[in-house]
Design a protein around this ligand. Sequence first.
Ligand SMILES: [Zn+2]
Length: 299
Amino acid sequence: MLSTATRSDVAHAIGRATAFFAERETRAGVLARRLLGTASTRDAVLADHLTRERRQRTRMDGSTDGSLVKSAWTALELLQLDCPPDHAGVVRTMGWVLARQSQPGRFGEECSDERHAQGLCQHFLSGFFSPGPTDVGVAPLSFPSGVTVHGEEEARFAASCFALRVVLRARQERRQTVLDHVRSLLNLGQVWSGWGGRWPPDLVLFALSGLAQAPLELQDRVEGLAAQVARRQRADGSWAGADLIHAVDVMLTLPTAHAAVRAAVPQICRLSHDGEIFEDPEAEERSLIALRGLKAAAA
Ligand SMILES: [Zn+2]
């Protein structure tokens, strides 16, 4: 339950969100208005247009600019715009993304005594997606939620988790190589116990987001890890060292972590009050995630 004070803050933030998204002719605008119950008949036409636009920007090979993160994002956007997983645009993009699995440049490709001892090499990890060969740097790498990952290896790890999240959302969970990635993440004990140390909190959140739609038989383990991450939340609803919107985005994908989303509401209201969301079009995606958090908590 939200307190009365929080309820009034939420109402205020939702008012700001409603005004911010009212005229936005973007995917985030369409999705926000659906959530707010303010979608018009024009939005259906707009959604069709946005879908076509995304299909047009994919290359012949199915990628968006040859980028793992951008391509995965295009597929996720299409799914959010109601394209089914077997929609031609989704299938083509997923085909390109899936072909990046186990390619040179993926996280954990190399082996050394040190890496082997930590279980961070090819002998323990498989199914990871490569964002490109190592001779071309990918860091710093920015993600739609607004998080930027700096280290080269960290960026490759996060990109792979992001791709896994979308691949699972596109119902590719029965592929052996996809399952290999899921299991590799589940078994990366160092990640789950390494919050704030060698593994920055945002990276742990990326790992968790990659597991959100893991096959049913693995859900118990995923929920255990989600609970572990939820316990890192501070009394004020934030996570030390993690981007709040990123954390909310990940928690929203895990049905059992909704209490954590509710607990984050005062922080979302604070961001709204400070004008960090529901104000700047540049922060549109972050605003949409924040709105999802508010709506989920108020439900
Ligand atoms: Zn090894």
